[in-house]
Write a protein of this length. Structure first.
Length: 553
């Protein structure tokens, strides 16, 4: 009696001729393939392939299993381990139940079956599909790969549609519950209160209602040594949240302004189910992209709220009021250009009341590194500079730069280096040689395919020759890219100076700095912290100009 689920109807290969093979039995199953009890399950696949290998005299080197991995993902642990054994020469035969077990992306699967295995003298057999790379009648394989790819696309579309319908009904459809809640053990689509985290959420809203800012709330939570969300979830046994541990003492208690802001702005704490915040870009990349807030799916009153709707609305009003733009006595023309030389973070513009001799108390603007306050172990020194001092030094530096760039002697020197004897003639000759070979390879590949299509060339030779010529084609292209890079480097340098010179000419008559001028001329300004020596403060300013990526000093 035939065992249920095993392969029937295939004709065993002469086992005596196959004892030199060391077979890799590759098994894959994902939730998209059906229920675990059907004939695609890991257990059933293993039984089928072990029996197939035994009846055909193949020695089994190992079984490679990827349970729960999509066929569109080729970075699977079992699959990668199998490739490693192929590279080390331990395996020269790969057997799968069908082509879809190897993968569902027809381009990637075709690469492995048509090129990768062939180049490494590895035989591939997909039992149910009748594919055997040792035979010449595998013309149907590319079409099966395309059908498997279309199947994945159809499944992705159906899953997305099903998730949308569940979201519209107010179900919780995300893998992890938001901080303050957990999934109900009775109904995984329902949120229930996590008492420990819920108390912290209520505290955050209470502090906000009392006028606390996000920064001050974060400091209060840190001072109380309350575990941050990722640390609490890890302590509760959930996986995937241990990234909070950066090897720093007490980092599990260090709350950030961003985390507090995320909690205060999320209407899930008022009892609303908010879904479709992110969406998969496409079924192959699986990359999540943020969805605009107005397109989120919101269903009211689906679970127990942690704050009242009135309190939640009041907090949103307070947040909006705090985000009114600060008024300065001048435009922030250095916005986005200033960086701390110690930690690399951007400098922020602030105001400060200072008592001046003979002038009383005046309001002065200055730039400072806020990272020194947030992470003093990363930025050790208080880095600041007054706006007026910065403005004067940058204006002087920009004027010097304009004078230098408008000096024809400097530009001529750059052009001379670009056009000088630096091996360009040899590179040009090599480029012509490689371009000629690339054209020849293109013609060869075209004729090769025509011979294969007309049956003048058998499948085995076609694959071998195709792989060899394509490999050479890639090598020639790579070398041409290197040559082009070397040839245009000096030309680019001269061209960059020309672009900078055009801007310098445009701003040569300007006596005042503007945001537009700075954005066009400067890419980055780095400032060191002030150092006191001989009773005087000094600090270094480094300017990186656009196009030439240097400071011209």
């Amino acid at each position: 009696m035939e065992q249920q689920g095993l392969i029937t109807g295939y004709i065993p290969i002469n086992s005596g001729a196959n004892k030199q093979y060391n077979a890799a039995l590759y098994l894959r199953f994902s939730k998209d393939d059906g229920k675990a009890g059907d004939n695609s399950s890991i257990v059933t696949q293993r039984m089928q392939l072990e029996r197939y290998a035994q009846e055909n005299g193949f020695a089994i080197h190992d079984c490679y299993v990827d349970d729960g991995y999509s066929g569109l993902n080729y970075d699977r642990p079992g699959f990668q381990r199998m490739l490693g054994d192929i590279e080390s020469g331990k395996v020269n035969l790969v057997i799968t139940k069908d082509l879809s077990r190897l993968g569902r992306d027809y381009i990637q699967t075709g690469y492995y079956t048509e090129i990768y295995f062939t180049e490494r003298n590895v035989r591939y057999i997909a039992v149910n599909d009748g594919v055997d790379t040792q035979k010449a009648d595998n013309d149907i394989a590319p079409f099966r790969n395309i059908l498997n790819d279309m199947y994945s696309k159809d499944i992705s579309r159906k899953v997305k549609s099903a998730k949308r319908q569940r979201a519209l009904k107010g179900f919780f459809i995300n893998p992890q519950a938001p901080y303050g809640y957990k999934k109900s053990p009775v109904n995984r689509n329902l949120l229930v209160v996590d008492d420990e985290a819920a108390d912290t959420v209520r505290l955050i809203f209470d502090l906000a209602l009392k006028g606390g800012g996000m920064e001050s709330i974060a400091k209060e939570l840190t001072a109380r040594r309350i575990l941050i969300p990722s640390a609490l979830k890890t302590a509760q046994g959930l996986k995937g949240f241990d990234h909070f541990d950066k090897g720093k003492a007490n980092h599990c208690y260090k709350w950030s302004r961003g985390t507090v802001a995320q909690i205060l702005k999320d209407s899930v704490y008022a009892g609303d189910m908010v879904n479709r915040k992110y969406e998969v870009q496409n079924y192959k990349t699986k990359k999540l992209l943020p969805v605009p807030k107005e397109q989120h799916i919101v269903v009211r009153d689906t679970h127990e709220p942690l704050v009242s709707r009135e309190d939640f609305a009041r907090v949103q009003e307070l947040i909006a009021a705090r985000h009114m733009p600060r008024k300065h006595s001048h435009d922030n023309i250095f916005r986005g250009l200033l960086f701390c030389s110690e930690c690399g973070k951007r400098l922020s513009l602030s105001n400060q009341h200072i008592k001046m001799k003979g002038k009383g108390i005046v309001l002065k603007s200055f730039y400072r590194c806020m990272n020194h306050y947030k992470n003093p172990d990363e930025c050790l020194h208080y880095n600041y500079i007054y706006y007026d001092d910065l403005y004067g030094q940058i204006r002087e530096a920009v004027q010097k730069m304009i004078d230098k760039v408008l000096d024809d002697g400097l530009l001529c020197e750059v052009q001379k280096r670009a056009d000088g004897s630096n091996g360009n003639d040899k590179l040009q000759a090599e480029k012509v040689k490689h371009e000629k070979r690339l054209n020849t390879l293109t013609a060869i590949l075209k004729r090769l395919y025509e011979d294969y299509a007309s049956d003048s060339l058998d499948s085995g030779n076609y694959k071998t020759m195709l792989a060899d010529y394509q490999r050479e084609q890639q090598q020639v292209k790579a070398r041409l890219e290197v040559i082009d890079g070397k040839l245009c480097r000096t030309d680019n340098q001269a061209e960059s100076f020309r672009k900078l010179k055009q801007l310098a000419e445009a701003y040569a008559g300007c006596t005042e700095l503007t945001a537009e001028m700075l954005k066009q001329l400067i890419e980055r300004i780095e400032i060191t912290h002030p150092i006191k020596a001989d009773g005087r403060l000094s600090q270094a300013i480094s300017i990186t100009y656009r196009f030439i990526k240097t400071d011209l000093e």
